[in-house]
Design a protein around this ligand. Structure first.
Ligand code: ATP
Length: 910
């Protein structure tokens, strides 16, 4: 973002915000709050006074501009040109009907686009940011929109700061304030008050709404919300409205331009041919050229593509995949590789401690989930924790070096915070120790928060008698490096690192996530904890083995990916052996071949390239490795979907073709970098979204395949009439417009609602460079156009030969065309599969309704006086209808025959 000069001037009438000059006690007083935060009742009361913590939405484009935008299309320009010239030739009815059709078309486009935009906005609103607050001294997660001045908010890395906050506690808190100041280097925050004249960018004791926590933690009191925040004062930053456009849409716009040029040339040539060779008059040929142009232009297509994608996006949202950017809906159908996190996405993230290992003893822990009923066994025999002080010490350490809180709601235990830490607290209760009384006994003075880069967390505690303790927990490889000794019931002894590594491997082989816990006495007077304090001389207390079983849906989804030609790679921060064990349970290909982050680091790109396709398990990787992997896989021409949840995952998420973040455990930073958010954090939802993406793309192709032959058939009919020197054209421009319009809003639109085909997840992904109009589709377009020509023109000629009036022959021709389309709609429901079965004929209720509506329209078109005058039609008899239906139904059988031939040559329909 460009550097902006930001004014800190408050809006008129509001006193200058000088929160940075005041100390925290004064602010508590001013806002009538405390370190414990507000009570829930008080917060609710304040919400009515201050209003929701939201910025005013960006003004969307007005309806007039949106309506006028519908005319900005080459196809429409041609129609407008045609209307102008017919008016010039004083064909008033023609001119006004062409204009009428253009306006109706714009209106339909306007309404459909409006609906699509509303649907997308509603989906985007499902992603409301959350904030962690203290309400009455307890942590709670609330919608950021419900924050009020006086609330105490906790910030951690990856959070978007939800309001203007005066900080009163920070630990390595760095905030990236580009959204506000334009400065992209993260700022180190402090808590001391600052002089009045400090400019916004230097107010280090404040965290401002809209900025991003890049590392560390902090707590502070909300001083301003919504429009009263600094961000609220900058009017340029209000939400921008995203354009409804995708690569496919731009491709179709280019195709539309090309088609218009080609149509104009053909229309011109036909007119010249008619005048020079067939002796038509110039005005006659001009009208024929207009008719031809009108016939060939698929004016309804752009709106149908938009609506089909919007329906796809809505269907994805119903299946828990929230698309943030429309192009992703399209790209989902191309995905060849999904790189997924393990914890919470492939697994349930409902951790339970199963094993605890101390120097001499292995304990098995019983009980399920977060229910604290359970105990400890040695070799299958129950033991009392009171008799095992070292067991109690190790669980106590794990409960103190912990940020989670347990909450009992309606008899059920819930975890606020990291589920793994929650499981450690539960183990502590099973050992007969209450986490809350522990925390009071040994208050925490400082901490080094967990980050996936260093893979550990450490805390410093002081007892009321002045003793200090440091507790450390994290990945065993990391922790063992920091330890010099290990604790035994009889005292400390030098660490046998090799033995502990072997023990770790053994637990990991059982699919358990392993965590090591260590401690060390601190210095009574030191109140701060630093990396150097935990780097060495720690005393290892023991290991925890936690289970986190794979999600049943994920196992099924992995299998579906394999049959759909999509590779699944697990990219996890966890231990190699654990990752392999889980990947075996999930059914990944090559589950026992894994690469670790460390190995990746020592490999050249060339070496990694040789392995990247075959290896599906990447363990102990950090976010930069993810970025490298995405780039490498993309180098093979693959479309890569990648999941991520932390602040440091943002670059990989941005780089991936489809970055996917987690709705529940994901940080705001990850969500903002991603194209799609999973409301339930579940791998299966990615696969559902891919299925919907493939369906949407199929449906777009079906619409195209349906619309183009209609235009082709009409255009060919006119060209044939001119070439053969017919004195009257079989279809007038107005009749053609009628057919195009009425079928687009009924029949073609019904294809947008086509349900997913059975084979959608049994075929390989579409290639990203594949043209929308493949040779097979072009062939079908030409082939069906000719059938329509022969039938329509044939019946027209037959009527004329029987001595029918031109009005009657034309009415028969139009109705033949319409019935051709009705029958061809069934063919178009499946591109290659047969529709001659119950599902094929009756499987799409929308199509059946559309056909019913269309027939009513056609009866009006044929028998209503006004429409007869307007369109030059006349009533026809029952026998005509029988003939029309007989002829038109031929397309259904001929195209099914063609599909049957294509199916025998599998490559031909690619
Ligand atoms: P995934 O990337 O699949 O979500 P993950 O959750 O195991 O896997 P990280 O969160 O990066 O990945 O964790 C890596 C390792 O760090 C874990 O295997 C564990 O040993 C350790 N670890 C995780 N959370 C904590 C924590 N809160 N405190 C201490 N150590 C932790």
């Amino acid at each position: 973002m460009a550097k902006k000069h930001v004014s800190t001037r408050p809006s008129a009438g509001v006193p200058p915000p000088l929160w940075h000059t005041q100390n925290v006690t004064d602010i508590y007083k001013a806002l009538n709050t405390s370190k414990q935060g507000l009570s829930a009742a008080e917060a609710a009361h304040r919400l009515t006074t201050y209003g929701p913590n939201k910025l005013a939405e960006g003004k969307p484009t007005g309806p007039v501009v949106r309506f006028l935008r519908q005319f900005h299309n080459v196809l429409i320009y041609v129609l407008l040109g045609a209307a102008a010239i017919t008016a010039f030739l004083e064909h008033w009815i023609d001119a006004s009907v062409i204009l009428g059709v253009v306006v109706i078309n714009a209106l339909i486009g306007f309404l459909q686009e409006g609906k699509a935009e509303d649907a997308l906005r509603a989906i985007r609103n499902m992603l409301s940011p959350q904030a962690m607050v203290l309400r009455g001294g307890r942590r709670a997660t609330v919608d950021a929109a419900n924050l009020v001045p006086g609330d105490v908010v906790m910030l951690q890395s990856g959070d978007r700061v939800p309001a203007d906050i005066r900080l009163f506690w920070v630990k390595g808190l760095h905030i990236q304030e580009a959204a506000l100041t334009g400065e992209s280097v993260a700022v180190d925050k402090i808590i001391e008050s600052l002089p009045v004249e400090t400019v916004l960018a230097d107010r280090l004791c404040m965290a401002h709404s809209g900025t991003l926590v890049s590392s560390g933690q902090g707590t502070g009191v909300v001083v301003a919300t919504g429009g009263a925040t600094e961000l609220g004062h900058i009017s340029t930053l209000v939400a921008t409205v995203e354009q409804l456009t995708t690569p496919l849409m731009s491709k179709m716009t280019r195709f539309g331009r090309w088609l218009t040029g080609a149509i104009l040339v053909i229309a011109g040539m036909t007119a010249v041919f008619g005048v020079l060779i067939r002796d038509y008059s110039v005005p006659q040929m001009f009208l024929a050229a207009v008719g031809l142009a009108v016939a060939a232009i698929p004016e309804g297509l752009p709106a149908i593509i938009t609506i089909t994608l919007a329906i796809g996006v809505q269907r994805m949202a119903m299946r828990n995949a929230i698309v943030r950017r429309l192009p992703a809906a399209e790209a989902l159908g191309e995905v060849n590789v999904i790189c997924s996190d393990k914890t919470g996405t492939l697994t349930r993230n409902e951790m339970t401690v199963r094993t605890i290992l101390t120097a001499n003893t292995q304990y098995e822990v019983s009980g399920t989930g977060y229910d604290p009923h359970g105990g400890f066994q040695i070799d299958g025999n129950d033991v009392l924790p009171q008799d095992h002080p070292l067991l109690r010490e190790v669980v106590r350490a794990a409960a103190l070096c912990n940020d989670a809180q347990l909450e009992q709601r309606e008899g059920e235990w819930l975890v606020n915070g990291d589920p793994m830490e929650g499981a450690l607290l539960i183990a502590n209760i099973k050992a007969g120790q209450e986490p809350e009384s522990l925390a009071q006994q040994y208050p925490r003075t400082d901490l080094i928060p967990f980050e996936s880069e260093h893979k550990f967390m450490a805390t410093l505690h002081h007892s009321h008698t002045g003793e200090a303790f440091i507790f450390l927990k994290g990945a065993p490889e990391q922790i063992l490096e920091m330890c010099a000794s290990e604790r035994t019931p009889t005292g400390d002894r030098p660490l046998d690192a090799a033995l502990w590594h072997a023990r770790t491997e053994k637990l990991a082989e059982r699919g358990q996530r392993v965590l090591a816990v260590a401690c060390k006495p601190g210095k009574g007077h030191e109140m701060e904890l630093d990396f150097k304090d935990v780097k060495s001389d720690m005393v290892l207390l023991g290991l925890f083995g936690l289970i986190d079983p794979p999600r049943a849906e994920a196992i099924a989804a992995v299998e579906r990916c394999q049959s759909a030609g999509i590779a699944v790679k697990m990219i996890t921060g966890d231990h190699r052996t654990t990752a392999c064990a889980i990947s075996r349970q999930l059914g990944l290909v090559n589950p026992n071949i894994a690469l670790t982050g460390q190995e990746l680091e020592h490999m050249s790109d060339a070496e990694l390239r040789d392995l990247a396709m075959d290896v599906n398990v990447f363990a102990r990787v950090s976010p930069e490795h993810k970025l490298r992997l995405v780039s490498l896989l993309q180098g093979f021409g693959l479309t890569v979907a990648m999941t991520g949840d932390g602040v440091n995952d943002a670059p990989a998420l941005k780089r991936a073709d489809i970055g996917i973040s987690m709705g529940n455990k994901g940080t705001e930073a990850a969500k903002e970098a991603s194209e799609m958010v999973l409301a339930d954090d579940n791998f299966a939802s990615i696969v559902h979204a891919i299925e919907e993406g493939r369906t949407a793309y199929d449906n777009i192709r079906k619409s195209i395949l349906f619309i183009l032959p209609t235009n082709g058939g009409e255009a060919l009919t006119i060209i044939a009439a001119v070439l053969m020197g017919f004195s009257e054209l079989p279809l007038t421009p107005l009749q053609i417009l009628w057919v195009n319009m009425i079928t687009a809003v009924t029949l073609a639109l019904s294809l947008a609602f086509e349900p997913t085909e059975n084979n959608v997840m049994h075929r390989p992904p579409r290639h990203r460079d594949e043209a929308v109009l493949t040779p097979a589709l072009l062939w079908r377009t030409a082939f069906v156009s000719v059938i329509l020509l022969v039938g329509t023109f044939g019946l027209f000629m037959w009527e004329m030969e029987q001595g029918a009036s031109i009005e009657r022959a034309r009415t028969v021709a139009v109705n033949t065309l319409i019935f051709f389309e009705i029958f061809y709609l069934f063919n178009s429901r499946y591109i290659t599969a047969s529709v001659l079965n119950a599902q094929g004929l009756f499987g799409n209720t929308y199509a059946l309704i559309a056909i019913g509506v269309l027939i009513v329209f056609q009866l009006g078109f044929t028998y209503l006086d006004t429409l007869q005058v307007l369109f030059g039609t006349t009533a026809i008899g029952l026998m005509d209808w029988v003939l029309i239906i007989l002829v038109a139904s031929s397309v259904l059988f001929i195209v099914e025959l063609e599909k049957a031939v294509l199916r025998r040559r599998p490559r031909a329909h690619q």
